[in-house]
Design a protein around this ligand. Structure first.
Ligand code: FES
Ligand code: FES
Length: 197
């Protein structure tokens, strides 16, 4: 790894959404700020800047990561994916260039106000790549890494399960029995809130 003096500008070269990009910044610059202010990838949002809310999530070499917890200099030579590149190679004809995951978010009104959506999408994209057939409980557990003031996680869960079901060729993930992978009905969290019979 290159070393940088305190007040010297660092030149960073990386691959952003499949395209070689470069820019300069102070060695202390966060990756989130570098992406937004130097490379213009403003789809990545910044909420807490403390690694808590998940709004700034991007993929670094394919793995979902908080860009507010990385320095831009640590991204030297790495592949960074942001929400702007989420549709790369995944868009279906006639679907506005969106990926299947983004389409499912739109169908299920899972966008919410939109501030946290980009980071949530990046986590979900990474998760579905590693866990193609998750249960509702697992999706909720994964989403617990995102703190969002809109709070309505239910439609996001539905969108993720629907995407998984579609990719696996299932007609409707919501129609599955509660314990089956891909089920989108009442999960353990909701069951705890229901009045007992
Ligand atoms: S802005 Fe990075 S986790 Fe909140
Ligand atoms: S989407 Fe998180 S605050 Fe609205």
């Amino acid at each position: 790894m290159k070393t940088h003096r305190k007040n010297e500008l660092a030149r960073i070269e990386l691959v952003l959404n499949g395209v070689k990009r470069s820019g300069t910044c102070e060695p202390r610059t966060l990756l989130s700020d570098f992406l937004r202010h130097e490379l213009g990838a403003t789809g990545t949002h910044v909420g807490c800047e403390h690694g808590v809310c998940g709004a700034c999530t991007v993929r670094i070499d394919g793995v979902a990561s908080r860009s507010c917890l990385s320095l831009a200099v640590q991204a030297e030579g790495r592949a960074i994916d942001t929400v702007e590149g989420l549709n790369n190679g995944a868009a279906k004809p006639g679907h506005d260039g969106l990926s299947d995951l983004q389409e499912a978010f739109r169908r299920n009104h899972a966008l919410q106000c939109g501030f946290c959506t980009a980071g949530i999408l990046m986590s979900c994209a990474d998760y579905l790549a590693r866990r193609p057939d998750p249960t509702e409980h697992e999706v909720r557990e994964m989403l617990s890494g995102h703190l969002c003031r809109c709070t309505g996680y239910t439609n996001i869960v539905k969108a993720v399960l629907e995407t998984a079901a579609e990719r696996l060729g299932r007609p409707n993930g919501a129609a599955l029995a509660p314990d089956e992978p891909g089920h989108a009905g009442v999960g353990p969290a909701e069951q705890a809130l229901l009045p007992s019979a």
